[in-house]
Design a protein around this ligand. Sequence first.
Ligand code: CMC
Length: 445
Amino acid sequence: MSKRLSKEALAEAGAGDKVTLIDHATGKQLELPVMGGTDGPKVIDIRTLYRETGYFTYDPGYTSTGSCASDLTFIDGEKGILRHRGYPIEQLAEKSDFVEVCHLLLYGELPTKAEREEFERDITYHTMLHEQLQYFYRGFRRDAHPMAIMVGVVGALSAFYHDTTDIFDREKRRTATHQLIAKMPTIAAMAYKYSIGQPFIYPRNDLGYAGNFLNMTFSVPSEEYKVSPVLARAMDQIFMLHADHEQNASTSTVRIAGSSLANPFACIAAGIASLWGPSHGGANEAVLNMLREIGSKDRIGEFIKRAKDKDDPFRLMGFGHRVYKNYDPRAGVLRKAAHEVLAELGKEDEPLLELAIELERIALEDDYFVDKKLFPNVDFYSGITLNAMGFPSSMFTVLFAVARTVGWVAQWKEMIKDEALKIGRPRQLYTGPAERDYVPMAKRK
Ligand code: CMC
């Protein structure tokens, strides 16, 4: 069945139905298939549009464009819903752990006991880095931003693990994805240790994923370091909450890079570069800097005013989201985690947390934020928690990258196996000069 394109026609369309676009100048009609997923709005398949009509669509920022079909993550931004493979993030954050969530994202199901043991053994097996990578670190300046080191070192993995870069070999794909998940905490902790001039700490496979990361980050060879179970659980929760978020900027970057069939290490390095920006993963670092700049509750009004001023580039960091037009469900979990971590560390009266809670309260009562549906996002409370745990703000986005690696590799793997895979190649609306003749130097003004 095919009906003229309208909201009603789309609402009624079922699988196999089409909507019709009519070019009134020529009377030509184009039938476009309607596709429906498990959940969420239906989509119009416009792949034939250019071939049949000679027109492109214009959609900077891809606000109305679905770039792929994916089984991994579902978000309903209006309702504040985030699910991985059907499981609500709140349930995963409370009942599961990061290793399980990795298995879920990569293989579609929560693991059985035997599957979990095998998966964890494999991840643990790959935690060490090639010894020569240490020399790569030593080439960086000590004051290099750890995200700069991450981009470089992860990109360099393809030089060190070249034997697993054959993306058409299923086993090699599997090894490369496990290597990336396993090595990322080691790479991140080494970036931190390098920046503070302390010796690198080797991974310990008797510790869990988050506990091992905390140990590599905070222990020193001269003293015993005991991993606090409360902090390890909080770290694990932060990893879970950042594991995947469907087609965000860094994930889309990984997919576009991978669509040329580049190796996974290079693709993940591209994802890390995209994540670094303050509109994306860099926002948690920016939130803490902003809270420090605000300094005290009596200055909140001044900053809210600035955020609303169109002539001031200042934005309330940790507020707003392209997809969520409701409370980001991850922010709710992190708000609770922030309280637990501060209680464990005896820092319940941390002024930054009090400031954040007050800022949130005032913003959520302000018409500007209410009308534009600007709610706290995942980054609003993560920085406070990580700061209390002892991480410098330059490490916040690094931790996001550690967690998001599983999302990136799971999405990359899904894309490589997708029959609809095509190299990512958007078109453009050209707005430069029309054709003109070459001007010799002597005649240029
Ligand atoms: N403070 C003040 N005004 C804002 C904010 C904010 N944080 N966010 C959006 N707005 C306004 C914006 O000025 C615009 O107003 P108008 O319609 O009058 O021009 C309107 O809200 C819509 O904003 P937009 O920039 O068109 O929305 P977007 O979907 O392109 O941007 C965003 C989403 C996350 C980049 C943006 O909300 C933002 O810059 N937030 C602050 C940075 C931040 O917290 N980023 C973390 C995002 S969550 C984690 C992640 O994805 O990595």
